[in-house]
Structures are given as C-alpha cells and as structure tokens.
Design a protein around this ligand. Sequence first.
Ligand code: ZN
Ligand code: ZN
Length: 171
Amino acid sequence: MRLMEDFLDLAKENTEKDLETCGILGAFLEKGTLYMTTLIIPKQESASNSCNATNEEEVFTILNDRSLYPVGWIHTHPSQSCFMSSVDLHTQYSYQAMIPEAFAIVLAPTDTSRSCGLFRLTEPDGMNILKNCPETGFHPHKEPDNGSPVYEHCSNVYKNSNLRFEIFDLR
Ligand SMILES: [Zn+2]
Ligand SMILES: [Zn+2]
C-alpha cells in the first residue's frame, strides 16, 4: 500500500536513530463505508519503544475542517518486532471506543518474519480487558477467560490505491 511506503519514507530519519514515528489516519464516511484519505503526522515525542503525539488540537483541526474521522493510526517499531505493545493496546482502545472500525498499523522494518501488521482489539473480550485496565506504561494483560486473544489481525480493510491520498506533516 502506497500509504505505508510514504510513511516509512517520512519516518526514515527517526527509524535510523531507533526512534518511533506515529501518524493518524483520517477517513470520510459515505454510505456506511469509511474511505481512508488522509495521513496526519503530528508533532511528537518518541523513543525506541514509544511515540506520543503532542499538540493534538492541530490534528483535530485538520480532521474537523475536512469532516474526517480518525479511523486509525500508524506507527513504526524501528528495532522491535511487529506486534502491539501494552501501551499500543491502550492507544488502540481509545480509537476503537470512539470508532468501532478503527485499526492500528504497525510497521517493523527490521522484523524479518513480518514487517507490517494491521491490528484491532477483539470485541468484546479485548475491549473489555482494556476498558477495565487501570495500568499505564508497559505491563502484561491477562488473556480473556474464553481463550480468545486480546487483539487480532484486522481483515476488513480494503486497499484502494486509486483513492487520492493527502499527507500533512506537522512536525
Ligand atoms: Zn508499538
Ligand atoms: Zn493495560
């Protein structure tokens, strides 16, 4: 997908310094389908295993002005494998609580088995665990009692490379 290549290019400088990069994905809604059209890279503070958007009001202004929904987010794991950390799961919870279709894209250029993943929390089990988790920082999550996972690969995202794609780099 073009988006992922473009994002990796924009993240390159950070990736070489073992720093994460994150972005927010905007989509418009038409006849019940969300069309992802926009990548916003906010001002951010990053480390090798985390990335936090700052000045988020700038992101919301762009979304609001264009009537876009924050349908997902994308971030790099410059030296870690392709998975969702506990901090990532909490971030994903806040997106998915807002927009049930929301997803997370993780790009892990050094993961030789899988360099790209699309993830969501499972409904309702994963969502409930995160909803009731008071912890912050890196911590383990217990597995749902019924054996289902906390998060899963997301399959209902369609890639349409004909869609015009806009990038805002606010850094
Ligand atoms: Zn992560
Ligand atoms: Zn937690």
